[in-house]
Design a binder for this molecule. Structure first.
Ligand code: ADP
Ligand code: MG
Length: 353
């Protein structure tokens, strides 16, 4: 009820602020694992293993063979807004890394129990690090490990009651979403071996994704979806301006995926997996001109100058702003129309032959 007296404005306790903000960066299982996989890619890893216990409900772990973390970074590793990737605001315009805000590890500390094992090329032994909920380093011990980093998160969301309940109730759904997201990274990452496994019960381990780390998008599609699916796709390049183009693979006119809307549709901007609802809608709409019974599979990477797009739009970095969205969409529409217009039948016939 409104009071007539003006209430006192007070600062929120810092730990509480941290937990509230962390809950916006780490929304669910897939955004948590996404951050760790992106850190491994930023560290130059060529092999990334994702291990889950009970679909991620108990713990999850990302193991890489990247550059490792040097001992003088241990204390600041999980502190909020501490990063090796961005120093000043203009750096945002020429960003080439997935991370830049130094929020993931600190958020994961706030929402679960974080440990890190790491070793760089300069060390002969690795170090096991334990952090508390505020991101402070609380224990450090030597251990054996190859060069690289393992980050483990136990009991995610155990201190956000509402989220925790939802997390446990929807764990299979969260897990499904994660696998689909990992497909996106498996498709776009060239020369990176990706393995994901889940262990249930005492020791029932099943491998749910395994790629060899081939060098091309084509080979990655074949590994992830199989040759049959690949043979229903055609390569597409659409130039949207002198400096912008989209490259990828789309279903051939008569050979859509036939499943649900949005199924196997992956969009990337400069190799970063993102959500592009407007592009998805456009692709589906124009595909209808060629095939009204099915939806297309779409794997499309937008290659644009980094200064023309902003990924710092939402805390989970899945949304993107283009400085010239209208003309990008218009050029895409024109390009797709050429591919899928019903008058283009000769084109699809040639494709089938
Ligand atoms: P950001 O990725 O935005 O920098 P993070 O909280 O995800 O923020 O990571 C903080 C820092 O920890 C990174 O900048 C990086 O230097 C280091 N780091 C995190 N994960 C790894 C990893 N797997 N290998 C090497 N360094 C890592
Ligand atoms: Mg990061």
């Amino acid at each position: 009820t409104p009071t007539t007296n003006s209430p006192i404005i007070r600062p929120i306790n810092r730990g509480v602020v941290h937990r509230i903000c962390a809950g916006q960066v780490i929304l669910d299982l897939s955004s948590a694992v996404k951050e760790l996989v992106e850190n491994s890619l930023d560290a130059g890893a060529t092999s990334i293993e994702i291990a889950l216990k009970e679909y991620g409900e108990e713990w999850f772990q990302v193991i890489d063979n990247g550059c490792g973390i040097s001992p003088n970074n241990f204390k600041v590793l999980a502190l909020k807004h501490h990063t090796s990737k961005l120093a000043d605001f203009p750096d945002l315009q020429s960003l080439t890394t997935f991370g830049f805000r130094g929020e993931a590890l600190s958020s994961l500390c706030a929402l679960g129990n974080l440990t890190v094992e790491t070793r760089t090329g300069n060390e002969t032994v690795a170090t096991h690090l334990t952090f508390d909920h505020s991101g402070l380093l609380t224990a450090e011990k030597k251990t054996a490990r190859q060069i690289g980093t393992t980050v483990t998160v136990k009991k995610l969301f155990s201190n956000l009651p509402v989220r925790n309940k939802e997390f446990k109730r929807n764990i299979r759904k969260e897990y499904g979403k994660l696998i689909s997201l990992l497909h996106a990274y498996a498709l776009i990452a060239k020369g990176v071996r990706l393995v994901c496994s889940n262990t249930t019960g005492k020791n029932l381990k099943s491998v749910v994704l395994k790629t060899q780390g081939s060098g091309s998008l084509k080979d990655n599609i074949i590994t992830v979806f199989g040759m049959n699916t690949f043979s229903c796709l055609e390569p597409v390049t659409i130039f949207m301006s002198d400096s912008c183009k989209v490259e990828g693979f789309l279903s051939k006119p008569g050979q859509g995926s036939g499943r649900n809307l949005g199924d196997r549709q992956y969009f990337f901007v400069n190799g970063r997996p993102v959500d592009m609802p407007k592009v998805g809608k456009l692709v589906n709409e124009l595909y209808k001109g060629a095939n009204s019974r099915q939806y297309p599979i779409a794997i499309m990477n937008f290659i644009v100058p980094t200064r023309t797009c902003d990924v710092n739009v939402t805390p989970d970095k899945r949304k993107i702003f283009f400085s010239d969205e209208c003309s990008i969409l218009q050029a895409l529409r024109d390009g797709l129309r050429q591919i899928y217009s019903p008058n283009n039948i000769s084109y699809s016939v040639n494709e089938v032959e």
